[in-house]
Design a protein around this ligand. Structure first.
Ligand code: TYM
Length: 338
């Protein structure tokens, strides 16, 4: 088979991350770590979802800085611009353009049912803006523009992926085959890393309590200390079972980094206390962030390189996404300009 033919059959993978803070261990295990692994096998596109961040009020200077940091961090986590398409969402106007069209095919009722909308509007009751409400239409546009086959995300994005499939199906039924139906790719372990302080809550980069999350740039001693302070329960046994949210979370993290099963972990820590276990979790986690931190320092010091990579990425993303956008415009009845 010709090399080009083989390349054409590769599946398209796409995913994004918001620049609202340094990536957490949750972002890393649930999503970004897997993105790097998929680069050799598939056509991958990864981007910084800065437009999505505008749904919560941001300090403009901080958002600019964080977007560049997040872009450097993506590269530091092993996303290679020679292999993957990497860009910043707002640099590619088709995302906003398709988002508007899709929002006209989206019902008020279905957006009202989105759990992330309900959570975020409760947390930011003074700013329940239209963007927060139509957020899933922008996310659907991100995905459908590139005809993505698979979207590697954490568990919290499952509903948004279902919505994307629904809207794509609706559009295809109305206008004929236009969008590929994407599938969520959710890891078996680590798809929902919990807060270290309130283990019934998701670990989040915007949590006010710094001890609740580990970031991928935390120093080893900070990581160890955060694990030492992790909230567990009043028992003593390292056992994976219902109601032991803190321990279950730590066991999941340990399992992701060591490849051990829950049974193996239970056997390893039999007769040992939570203190020993928490320390062991910290120790297996520190290595990967150490590498990421070193790479990050190198990338962020070279602004010219970052600029060159994101410019080239935007140009390529614009060209690829324009194919879908042109089709959509024609199908819905917008008069062609050229
Ligand atoms: P964001 O920035 O909240 O999170 C980025 C990725 O990290 C995953 N994640 C987690 N995984 C496991 N445990 C956690 N505690 C945890 N917290 C976050 C998320 O599931 C996600 O995969 N709307 C998206 C960004 C986005 C996007 C897209 C993603 C915009 N357009 C198109 C895919 C395709 C978001 O806010 O992710």
């Amino acid at each position: 088979m010709e090399e080009t033919e083989k390349a054409e059959r590769k599946k398209v993978i796409l995913s994004g991350i918001q620049p609202t803070g340094v990536f957490t261990l949750g972002n890393y295990i649930g999503a970004v770590k897997n993105w790097g692994k998929m680069q050799d096998e598939y056509h991958c596109a990864y981007f910084i979802a800065d437009l999505h961040s505008l749904t919560i009020r941001q300090d403009p200077a901080a958002l600019r800085r964080q977007s560049l940091d997040a872009f450097a961090l993506l590269l530091a986590c092993g996303i290679d611009p020679e292999k993957s398409l990497v860009f910043i969402q707002s640099h590619v106007p088709t995302h906003s353009e398709l988002s508007w069209v899709l929002s006209c095919y989206t019902q008020f009722g279905e957006l009202s049912r989105m759990t992330q909308f309900k959570d975020k509007s409760a947390r930011h009751a003074d700013n329940v803006n239209a963007g927060l409400f139509t957020y899933p239409a922008l996310m659907a546009a991100d995905i459908l523009l590139y005809q993505a086959d698979m979207v590697p995300v954490g568990d919290d994005q499952r509903q948004h992926l279902e919505f994307t499939r629904d809207i794509a199906t609706r559009f295809n039924n109305l206008y004929g085959s236009t969008f590929k139906l994407p599938e969520a790719y959710i890891p078996k372990a680590g798809a929902r890393v919990m807060s270290l302080q309130e283990p019934t809550k998701k670990m989040s980069k915007s949590d006010e309590n710094q001890n609740a999350f580990i970031t991928i740039l935390d120093e080893p001693n900070v990581i160890i200390n955060k694990f030492k302070r992790a909230v567990t329960d009043s028992e003593k046994e390292v056992r994976f079972s219902e109601g032991k949210d803190g321990i279950n979370n730590l066991m999941t993290i340990y399992s992701v980094f060591t490849g051990k099963t829950m049974e193996q972990i239970e056997a390893e820590f039999e007769g040992k206390g939570y203190g020993d276990f928490k320390l062991a979790v910290g120790e297996v986690v520190v290595e990967e962030p150490r590498e990421v931190r070193e790479n990050f320092k190198r990338y962020i010091a070279d602004k010219a390189y970052l600029e060159q990579v994101y410019r080239a990425g935007a140009e390529k993303a614009a060209a690829i996404s324009a194919r879908t956008m042109t089709k959509v415009k024609k199908k819905v009845g917008l008069l062609a300009s050229l």
